[in-house]
Ligand binder design. Structure first.
Ligand SMILES: [Zn+2]
Ligand SMILES: [Zn+2]
Length: 415
């Protein structure tokens, strides 16, 4: 088997790995969009490929999938595909284009009669993310995907390092955090605790700015609300995401739960005019917060991606509004700014707003990366999804692991 990393040996984002079996069959793992403009060249997406395997529904892992020739089979988790389609429905109104074949966690399957794939669920900032064991030609490659050990699925991390697959020839593992640290909040639980404290003392509403697809974070906010008997107000898009997740996990909070109300965001409702959304819209209407939105303000917490300026202005008053920024702070900087960065940065300056950042990363800390690398006992480790590979190598060498190899993008290596 031959292995090539198209992107990712010195970059977080744009991940794409190519495996070529001895019979000539070619499999790509992930086909992500780059997260910055430093190297916009993605011509490799037109290269010959027999199948693509997607680890999880984050843009830096699937973002270029629609650039593929349409008949190439794309293997993806069921929930992962539903979550990408949720975003598509509420932005373009269309579903993701491609020849998709879905798989289930832990169930081994074969691609192109050549590659044996075992998908391992990982703990990450999306409800369904996978690592893969890929076996072909008597060799085995373990692809870690994005993972951490500090979220609500930390058990899967501990189980994997306790009983890892054996005889791994190559471990391709992420190293996002080698130069980033989780300063204040080490885990999802510490995020929940910090929010609990703020909600307990709020005298006006709180807005939590985060992504609905970061389910762990949503659960942290939900639990902190429940402890303080606050009503959690979500938008129509978040309501849809919860429905999708609940198809797989009934313990996930749903819009009918008494602690949740829905804010009927006009723009979002306009995206779901087709008849297949009628039942969902009736349920949203039933759970709508309506005019209670201006009720006893201290009883409400709003979970939003982009704060609705008009609504927030109406809620401003004598008592300060809390704005809790609960995602990667990099999105507030110019280089990574997204569509509502300017609004959010403006809130930081407002005198009648108490602005706080409460977040923990979706990626493994350096001690957890070391535990992972040690446990998997691979013959060779190659870091990927990383900005500082040399630092990664040094950190693992400190632990006696001398098998880290630093590869170059676009170069093929033989296993
Ligand atoms: Zn990710
Ligand atoms: Zn990623």
């Amino acid at each position: 088997m031959k292995v090539k990393i198209y992107r990712g040996t010195k970059e977080i984002g744009g991940t794409c790995v190519e495996l070529t079996a001895d019979n000539g069959k070619i499999l790509w793992i992930d086909i992500g969009s780059p997260l910055d403009n430093k190297n916009p060249n993605v011509d490799y997406v037109k290269n010959k490929v027999d199948a693509v395997l997607i680890s999880h529904p984050h843009m830096d892992h699937f973002g270029l999938v629609e650039h593929l020739v349409s008949e190439v089979p794309v293997y993806i988790g069921e929930l992962g595909l539903d979550l990408i389609n949720a975003t598509k429905i509420f932005t373009t109104g269309e579903l993701l284009k491609g020849n998709f074949k879905t798989f289930k966690p832990w169930k081994k399957f074969t691609i192109a009669k050549t590659f044996g794939i075992t998908p391992f669920l990982t703990d990450h900032s999306t409800p369904e993310a996978f690592a893969f064991l890929i076996e072909a030609d008597g060799k085995s490659v373990f692809y870690s995907g994005d993972f951490r050990a500090t979220g609500r699925k930390e058990d899967v991390f501990h189980r994997l390092i306790k009983t890892p697959p054996k005889h791994i020839d190559l471990l391709l593992m992420e190293g996002t955090m080698v130069e980033r640290t989780n300063h204040l909040y080490q885990s999802e639980q510490s995020v929940e605790d910090a929010m609990d404290k703020i909600f307990r003392e709020q005298k006006n509403v709180s807005f939590v700015i985060s992504s609905a697809q970061n389910l762990d974070r949503f659960i942290s906010v939900f639990k902190a609300c429940r402890k303080n008997k606050k009503t959690l107000v979500i938008d129509v898009y978040t309501a849809w995401i919860l429905d999708e997740v609940r198809k797989k996990s009934k313990s996930t909070p749903g819009i009918e739960w008494k602690e949740i109300k829905v804010y009927e965001h006009r723009g979002q409702l306009n995206k779901i005019k087709a008849p297949q959304f009628d039942d969902f819209k009736i349920r949203v209407k039933t759970q709508s917060i309506g005019n209670d939105v201006f009720g006893k303000r201290m009883d409400y917490v709003y979970f939003v991606r982009c704060p609705n300026e008009a609504l927030m202005n109406k809620l401003r008053g004598k008592e300060k509004i809390n704005v809790i920024y609960s995602q990667w702070e990099g999105y507030l900087r110019k280089a990574h700014a997204n569509y509502c960065t300017d609004n959010i940065n403006a809130l930081k300056e407002a005198k009648d707003i108490s602005f706080q950042s409460i977040h923990t990363s979706g990626h493994a800390t350096v001690p957890d990366l070391k535990k992972f690398a040690k446990a998997l006992k691979a013959k060779m480790i190659v870091p990927i999804h990383i900005s500082f590979p040399v630092k990664f190598k040094e950190e693992l060498e400190k632990e006696g692991m001398k098998n880290v190899c630093l590869w170059e993008d676009g170069i093929e290596y033989k296993l």
